[in-house]
Ligand binder design. Structure first.
Ligand code: CMC
Length: 391
């Protein structure tokens, strides 16, 4: 391979040093700043986890209060930003809208942003964490033709988001307690995952000195694909296509057939080769949510049957393919009445905490260089231009 190491998909290349998240894929371990994901899922909240990822330590009560205050003071969307939504076709995919609207934040805040100044960097990170749910909910409401709701800053992060999504003026929104709890848990589990494709994208764009809104918009674009964050939407569509538990066998056979172009969505992971610790926590929450809400979703039966059948099948065993974080998350979102097209948007809200933490870390890491991979050239050698009439 000549002068360079050929490593498609960066299977064995560490592109940076980071003190944020640790994964041991063989042991199924995930730590944020040293804290096991299971303990954070049990005891923490998304906003506290966002602080932890950004600042490196759990906040004291005073620090948390300040942080929450900062975030709630940046939840509003500028009116002109909201009007930007009006240019979209009514049925635009909310990920397309989110990507564009977040990218356009750069137009609103670019001039005032000096990324050399740590205070300005912090403010940009806060703005992104604060505004993402407001923008996400506005995209959803636009797509169903409803006017945008203002963020109610007396509410906590996830409850506020659910209000912006579903509240209508005439009736108070009755939220079952499990709804915000489940959402908060999903956000904790999705908050960071070291150098996944979207975070690496944020870092690559960040390495050029681009502003953080542009970096995060690029992260959203990378997240959208079905091999990454788009998998949660793809899982639900797949389960609905399979339809009933007795069709699971056929789906398994199709996923094993390389010519079918079909993979079991929500299965497999680049790093986890034993189990995804997030999937274990989500599976449990999924049962609790459906139980508490009194929902019977036949898709859960299909999912359980599919998991059981795949885990017994030598194809999946040999390749170490296990359910990942996205396998059960869609069933929870669906029970919370979040439409399928919004699933990846939900992932984006949560991953914003990780994206900004990595962007902040990158900006204080002395050996940060512009990301500029090389290639193995496979094209033609030098040759002379041929005029049109001679081709
Ligand atoms: N269904 C069927 N076969 C699979 C699957 C699957 N879901 N995933 C991997 N394989 C096979 C693949 O065909 C290959 O087989 P062989 O060695 O015979 O050629 C082998 O397993 C290794 O797969 P790979 O594509 O080389 O592995 P990777 O590390 O490049 O890909 C992945 C990881 C997550 C992209 C892949 O497992 C996949 O496409 N899964 C489905 C999509 C999905 O659920 N994505 C969410 C990932 S977790 C959350 C996130 O990152 O956003």
């Amino acid at each position: 391979t000549g002068l360079f190491t050929y490593d498609p998909g960066f299977m064995s290349t560490a592109a940076c040093r980071s003190a944020i998240t640790y994964i041991d894929g063989d042991a199924g371990v995930l730590l944020y700043r040293g804290y096991p994901i299971e303990q954070l899922a049990q005891n923490s909240s998304f906003l506290e986890v966002a602080y932890l990822l950004m600042q490196g330590e759990l906040p004291t009560p005073g620090e948390f209060k300040n942080f929450e205050h900062e975030v709630t003071h940046h939840t509003m969307m500028r009116e002109s930003l909201r009007q930007f939504l009006n240019g979209f076709q009514y049925d635009a995919h909310p990920m397309a809208m989110l990507c564009a609207v977040v990218g356009s934040l750069a137009a609103f805040y670019h001039d005032s942003l000096d990324i050399e100044d740590p205070k300005q960097r912090h403010l940009a990170a806060i703005r992104l964490i604060a505004k993402m749910p407001t923008i996400a909910a506005a995209c959803y409401r636009y797509s169903i033709g409803w006017p945008t709701r203002f963020p109610r800053n007396s509410l906590e992060y996830c409850t506020r988001f659910l209000h912006m999504m579903f509240e209508v003026p005439s009736e108070p929104l009755e939220l079952p307690p499990v709804a915000a709890k489940a959402l908060d848990l999903l956000f904790i589990l999705h908050a960071d995952h070291e150098q996944n494709a979207s975070t690496s994208t944020v870092r690559l764009v960040g390495s050029t000195g681009a502003n953080p809104y542009a970096c995060v918009a690029a992260g959203i674009a990378a997240l959208w694909g079905p091999a990454h964050g788009g998998a949660n939407e793809a899982v639900l569509k797949m389960l609905e296509e399979i339809g009933t538990a007795d069709q699971v066998g056929k789906a398994i056979e199709k996923a094993k057939d390389k010519n079918s172009g079909f993979r079991l969505m929500g299965f497999g992971h680049r790093v986890y080769k034993n189990f995804d610790p997030r999937a274990t926590i989500i599976r449990e929450m999924c049962h609790k949510v459906l139980n508490d809400l009194g929902v019977h979703d036949p898709m859960l039966d299909v999912a359980m049957k599919l998991e059981e059948a795949a885990l017994k099948d030598s194809y999946f065993i040999e390749r170490k393919l296990y359910p990942n974080v996205d396998f059960y998350s869609g069933i929870i979102y669906k029970a919370l009445k979040i439409p399928t097209e919004m699933f990846t948007v939900m992932f984006a809200i949560a991953r914003t905490a990780g994206w900004v933490a990595h962007w902040l870390e990158q900006n204080v890491t002395p050996d940060t260089k512009i990301g500029r991979p090389r290639q193995i050239y496979t094209g033609s050698g030098p040759r002379d231009y041929v005029p049109f009439d001679k081709r």
